[in-house]
Design a protein around this ligand. Structure first.
Ligand code: NAD
Length: 554
């Protein structure tokens, strides 16, 4: 078979591969391209601008074919979305090793990447697109929920009730913003230039209503704010035009952020270009389009800084829009902080991050049972309980049923082992794929995002994600990936991911215990090394070994 076609992961317990470890990789690859999950499945694009699951349809077919015949002691090697080899390894080794979008330093820019991509030599893997553990917008929902909860705690007395958040970007990740704000009881006004993005979020119940005009949007927002009623409003338009206009008109906005695809200038709509002409304009003159997009981002960011000067809480939400605005010559681009130093770093110090799992059975009841297991395991964690309850009620599954929750060092391994026991006992209908986002505590070097403003200045040190990938290979993960450029774009990040399959066997339990201890352990040691007190306390209390803190002679 060749060319675009609808792809959907098989459900149930019948295997098309030689074991569950391979079957899981196969199903998760297919699940990433499920039309319910992927933003543009016909182009193999899963989310985040052009983040792809496979380089081309021929490579996709070759991966499916290879995974189906892959033995328990073999490993498939994937180079930027194309299977390039199968090697004999051993049963503790990962079944798949993935390297996506990596370029040598001096060549690590969009221009060179696109030249190589046009030659068919590489693809953009984003974070979980090319590593086959994207679970739809829910994947980002809890992180976004936690971030807005932290904003509420810092500035608004613990709730967003009675506040208006202004943002743009209702794509695969950005689409989590309206629901995360309303889950914190606030009002969200969300701009997107693509009418389909707005409709999709309404369909998936992430967004409540669509406004007819800016005036209508503001009227709805103010009414809901005054009634302290949660509401999310979609507004069609270009953020680079609407934000400066709203600032000039004195729109009553309390919080401002953004999740347009600013990391990739060819995925950001410049002023003066119609949305319908965007793709052809970008293809016709990428360099000219990039310049125009950056100039528009400068106007967009300038308005964000204006809102900050007027007293709003403003932060960059990990899409590199400040960096792009700076490239266009806007000097105050970095006047507001990124969300990690502002709100998330203390969680990273505890090894906390976006832990997630997907039910390979396709049964929603498997996720309901794992939700209950999480509540049983961590009864003292109130915000986790609140999240699991809200997620159970409000999250629409896309593709295979899945759940995300942020767990830390000493927690993830407990959850993983419990899940594996539940598979073994038959309580769950089939195995689970347990993974995480690459946006994690010890798996990324990204100076504009996860490692912005590190205490010791080590923002750009990329040894950490590489060690993270190696330790996950050494610990027995089912597939491991090393990517470049996810989240913030080419030349700006290096990151790693792992997925471990709970198939109910004793061997899987042994592997899971190690992987789900060592993987978040990287977050603890990375932050101990950078000098964070919280990380030092976590290491001491939970027994994470850090040789430089141990006494004794050589
Ligand atoms: P996406 O490509 O699926 O969606 C981007 C949306 O922005 C699209 O709907 C597009 O129509 C819209 N858009 C583009 N230009 C616009 C403009 N000028 N005005 C209004 N809307 C415009 O991308 P995504 O997966 O939602 O990711 C969004 C960004 O967030 C990316 O840069 C991604 O790397 C970043 N990201 C952040 C986090 C985080 O944790 N904060 C996590 C993942 C991704």
């Amino acid at each position: 078979m060749s060319g675009p076609r609808p792809v959907r992961a098989p459900r149930g317990t019948e295997l098309s591969a030689l074991g569950w470890q391979q079957e899981a990789a196969l199903r998760m690859l297919q699940n990433n391209l499920d039309p319910e999950v992927a933003e543009h499945p016909d182009k193999l694009v899963v989310y985040g601008g052009t983040g792809k699951a496979a380089r081309d349809w021929r490579s996709f077919d070759a991966m499916v074919r290879t995974l189906k015949g892959l033995k328990q002691d073999e490993t498939m090697l994937v180079q930027s979305g194309r299977p390039v080899g199968v090697m004999q390894t051993h049963e503790w080794a990962p079944r798949v090793l993935i390297a996506n979008s990596n370029l040598v330093g001096d060549w690590a820019n969009w221009e060179e990447f696109r030249r190589l991509e046009a030659l068919g030599l590489t693809m953009y893997g984003q974070m979980t697109a090319g590593s086959w553990i994207y679970i739809g917008t829910q994947g980002i929902l809890q992180g976004t929920y936690e971030t807005f909860a932290a904003v509420a705690a810092k500035k608004f007395g613990g709730t967003l009730a009675g506040t208006i958040t202004l943002t743009a970007g209702l794509g695969g990740m950005g689409g989590a913003q309206p629901l995360a704000v309303t889950m914190n009881d606030g009002v969200a006004l969300c701009i997107d230039c693509d009418p389909r993005a707005i409709e999709r979020r309404i369909e998936h119940r992430y967004l409540d209503v669509k406004a007819d005009s800016l005036e209508h949007a503001l009227q709805l927002a103010v009414e809901a704010r005054d009634a302290r009623r949660p509401l999310s409003i979609g507004l069609l338009g270009n953020a680079a035009e609407l934000l400066p206009r709203m600032l000039a008109e004195g729109a009553p906005v309390d919080i401002v952020t953004d999740q347009t695809s600013a990391h990739d200038p060819l995925a950001y709509l410049p002023l003066g270009v119609d949305f319908d002409d965007m793709a052809s304009a970008a293809a016709k003159d990428p360099a000219g389009f990039t310049t125009r997009a950056r100039e528009s981002m400068a106007k967009h960011v300038e308005a964000m800084v204006g809102f900050m000067d007027a007293g709003a809480e403003v932060f960059d939400y990990g899409n590199s829009i400040r960096g792009e605005a700076q490239l266009a010559g806007y000097e105050r681009a970095f006047a507001f902080p990124g969300f990690v130093p502002a709100y998330i770093r203390p969680l990273f110090c505890e090894g906390k991050g976006p832990f997630r799992w997907a039910a390979l059975s396709g049964e929603a009841s498997d996720i309901a049972k794992t939700d209950k297991a999480i509540l049983d395991l961590f009864p003292e964690n109130e915000s986790l309980a609140r999240w699991i309850k809200l997620a159970g009620e409000r999250v629409h599954f896309q593709g295979l049923p899945a759940r995300i929750c942020w767990l830390g060092y000493g927690e993830r391994d407990k959850a993983g082992e419990r899940f594996n026991d539940m598979v073994a006992s038959g309580e769950l209908a089939a195995p689970l794929a347990i993974g995480r986002d690459h946006l994690d505590c010890g798996s990324v070097a990204s100076p504009y995002r996860e490692t912005e403003a590190m205490l010791d200045g080590s923002d750009a040190i990329a040894d950490w994600p590489l060690l993270n990938a190696m330790v996950n290979v050494a610990s027995g993960a089912s597939w491991v990936s090393i990517h470049h450029g996810g989240g913030v774009g080419m030349g700006r990040s290096i990151h790693a991911g792992q997925v471990s399959v709970a198939d109910g066997t004793k061997l899987a339990g042994e592997k899971i215990r190690r992987v789900l201890t060592n993987d978040p352990g990287m977050g603890v040691i990375r932050h101990v090394d950078a000098g964070y007190d919280i990380a030092e306390s976590v290491a001491d209390e939970r027994g994470v070994r850090v040789p430089m803190r141990e006494g004794g002679d050589a």
